[in-house]
Design a protein around this ligand. Structure first.
Ligand code: SF4
Ligand code: SF4
Length: 404
């Protein structure tokens, strides 16, 4: 038995790798371990071995695939354009299907089902919001305690889906808006900032009620069939919008690959735009104002913005328009170790990378950091001093705009 799911890596995809090794220096897990099996090339070799029926999907295969952060830095370095993110999602789907255990069930329950249910996410947000207010973090186990160190969740919890916002001034069009799963309650300030900036530029913003989670976490964790269902639901929900704005890097990156996940997915993928891209374009077109200033700010690049979508200049442009002077922290854009559920599965590797990232930020001497992804923000906050502020570039732009 080689592969059993519809999402498995194909022989053609695997043979695109020419074993050149150019991806090894950019791979964070290879950088930490120096182990070929923790490199992109080593992981592809393991997938090929299964594809050729030389080995089975076993515990060792699961371990080799599990250590990958899915940061996709290797895709940028690859001269052969290997779609590594796709291969890894397929390999994870196979592990989940062929080695079912409590983790598979938990992953499917949380990232495949609960996260797709708005009422379940709202209920969870109420619980976390209440725990935050009762200052109970110290009595909770590690990862749960970390969750309470998130931004304070507003109570009653807000929900974006099912609402629309009219433009201010001269209308220039309508955009669809992804509410997301936990982003909606846990990072509602970011949603507010993006929506208000788009209104200021003249957009009507509509968040359709029948949308769901983008499915990125499900795809990354091997719950591929659930990810496909979520993609199909969003294809239907966002039908008719010329542009669909997404303000979490992990979500926009995943939705730009919807062609792989649902019928009609290619069409929606072509209409997905990350909020950083759209707002930078509006600034270029002078549909939004530039605010004077040169306050230094450290910048962190989320992998799913920089590596998966090639978006790096846009957040810096937004920060400059907000009156900030971006200070680089890491020219290579190495993963901070957040990587969705990775912090729970591989706390040691996640901590090594989180410490390295926080050292780079501290070296700037700044206590203000811009990051355009909620997972990265969480990881930075967990490893930086409590006085350091981490914010989304568009949030900073909206703050500057409204306090003019
Ligand atoms: S996705 Fe990131 S961690 Fe995984 S193999 Fe590629 S570079 Fe390494
Ligand atoms: S850079 Fe691309 S082709 Fe070269 S080893 Fe890595 S994945 Fe294979």
């Amino acid at each position: 038995m080689a592969w059993v799911t519809d999402f498995a890596p194909t022989t053609v995809e695997l043979n695109a790798c020419i074993d050149c090794g150019l991806c090894l220096p950019v791979c964070p897990t290879f950088g930490v371990t120096g182990d070929e099996s923790a490199s992109p090339r080593g992981r592809i070799a393991a997938m090929r071995a299964v594809d050729r029926r030389l080995v089975e999907v076993d515990e060792r295969f699961a371990e080799v695939m599990g250590l990958c952060l899915q940061c996709r830095a290797c895709e940028v370095a690859c001269p052969s354009l290997v779609q590594f993110g796709r291969l890894m999602e397929g390999a994870r789907a196979e592990v989940a299907a062929q080695l079912p255990d409590w983790r598979t069930v938990a992953t499917r329950t949380v990232f495949g089902r609960a996260i797709a249910s708005r009422s379940a996410v709202v209920l969870l947000s109420w619980v976390v919001g209440a725990v935050q207010r009762m200052h109970l973090a110290s009595v909770l186990p590690g990862s749960a305690a970390k969750a309470t160190a998130l931004r304070t969740i507003p109570l009653p919890v807000p929900t974006t889906a099912g609402h629309e916002w009219l433009p201010e001034g001269e209308p220039i069009g309508t955009v669809g808006f992804l509410a997301g799963c936990v982003m909606d309650q846990w990072y509602s300030d970011v949603h507010t900032a993006v929506i208000q900036v788009l209104r200021t530029a003249g957009y009507r913003v509509v968040a359709p009620k029948n949308q769901t989670c983008c499915g990125a976490l499900a795809a990354h964790e091997g719950a591929a069939y659930d990810a496909a269902k979520m993609a199909a639901q969003n294809v239907e929900a966002f039908d008719g919008f010329d542009l669909v704005v997404v303000d979490s890097a992990g979500c926009s990156a995943h939705m730009k690959g919807y062609g792989h996940w649902a019928d009609g997915g290619d069409d929606l993928a072509s209409r997905i735009i990350d909020a950083n891209e759209l707002i930078a374009t509006l600034l270029d077109a002078d549909l939004l104002p530039h605010i004077e200033g040169d306050t230094p700010i450290a910048v962190q690049d989320p992998c799913h913005l920089r590596h998966a979508q090639g978006i790096a200049e846009e957040p810096r442009e937004i920060l400059r328009a907000a009156g900030y002077s971006p200070v680089e922290t890491d020219p290579a854009g190495t993963c901070c170790g957040a990587a969705g559920a990775y912090q729970l599965d591989h706390p040691e590797m996640s901590a090594i990378l989180g410490m390295a990232k926080s050292t780079q930020v501290r070296a700037t001497g700044l206590n203000l950091v811009a990051s355009a992804n909620p997972g990265c923000e969480m990881q930075l906050k967990a490893h930086l001093d409590s006085g350091t502020v981490v914010a989304h570039p568009i949030e900073l732009y909206w703050d500057a705009l409204r306090s003019r």
